[in-house]
Design a protein around this ligand. Structure first.
Ligand code: NDP
Ligand code: 8X3
Length: 255
């Protein structure tokens, strides 16, 4: 009998990561799910086991913590090491201020998570994929990497870094038969803005008022499409926006 494929999704406790976990569980994948919130991870894992009968392994760690990230991968049980798909999704924005008023702490958080966390994970899982001579890495970028917007310098820069890393990884890994892709979502109504505004739900809700934003499931379906292409097809880069959005920060709202 053919073994079920294994996907590792970082940042599966909310939003796009959680929706992708559900999408892949539906497709019969064995799932390794990561995030910092242990209870959410456990609840999601349990829901997926019950609803779809799939195996789920929860790995609770902060992706900014290199040692913990490396250890989580190094300590994977033997029957969980043959990872077919890595979705580098964990990420965030903190603050929305011009550079001259920005918080250095927020800048560090964004780069440590969105860029260095993704690199640490890509290194650890990339090694496994190289040994196996197959695999697919999908990096969750953003329209913020395509066009910048005022007050978003560091978030935009972190996602431009994600796109540069994606292109370099593709150059390095295609020779091993490994696909490397990125997906750039526009505005999606997840916990993203609540995190950006540090728990201010009222302010976060305003961001998505007056138009229909993307839903996490829209991105999850696109990620599944990317994963589910034939072996010779790699969707290298995919931009997906709400119909009401034309570019970063350019949205037709009806208020
Ligand atoms: P959410 O805030 O809903 O989800 C973010 C996920 O990332 C959570 O599971 C969170 O888990 C995880 N995460 C954040 N920091 C860390 C950390 N230090 N260690 C481990 N996990 C972490 O936001 P989205 O689903 O919207 O965001 C997912 C990705 O999509 C991000 O990379 C984001 O930049 C990108 N994106 C989002 C868009 C949007 O409009 N929403 C548009 C374009 C891209 P936990 O808190 O449990 O650690
Ligand atoms: C998130 C998209 O435009 O809200 O990556 O920054 S945006």
């Amino acid at each position: 009998m053919e073994q079920s494929r294994i996907a590792l999704i970082t940042g599966a406790t909310a939003g796009i990561g959680e929706a992708t976990a559900i999408q892949l569980a539906e497709a019969g994948y064995r799932l390794i799910l990561t995030g910092r919130r242990a209870e959410r991870l456990q609840n999601l894992a349990q829901r997926l086991r019950t609803a779809y009968g799939v195996d789920v392994l929860e790995l609770c760690f902060d992706i900014r913590d290199r040692k913990a990230t490396r250890a989580a991968v190094a300590d994977l049980p033997a029957d969980w090491r043959a990872i077919d798909v890595l979705v580098n999704n964990a990420g965030l924005s903190q603050g929305l201020e011009p550079v001259h008023m920005g918080s250095e702490e927020d800048w560090d958080t964004m780069f440590d998570t969105n860029v260095k966390g993704l690199l640490t994970m890509s290194k650890a899982i990339g090694k496994i994929m190289v040994e196996r001579g197959s695999g697919h890495i999908i990096n969750v970028s953003s329209t913020a990497a395509k066009d910048v917007y005022a007050n978003g310098a560091v978030y935009c820069a972190s996602k431009q870094a994600v796109e540069a890393i994606t292109k370099v990884l593709r150059l390095e890994l295609h020779v091993y038969g490994i696909k490397v892709s990125s997906i750039a979502p526009g505005m999606a109504d997840t916990e993203f803005s609540e995190v950006r505004f540090k728990g201010d739900r009222e302010r976060a809700a305003q961001v998505y008022k007056g138009f229909e934003p993307l839903h996490a499931t829209d991105i999850a379906e696109a990620i599944w499409f990317m994963i589910n292409r034939p072996a010779h097809v790699n969707i290298a880069d995919l931009i997906i926006m709400p119909t009401a959005q034309a570019a970063s920060g350019v949205v037709k709202k009806q208020l």
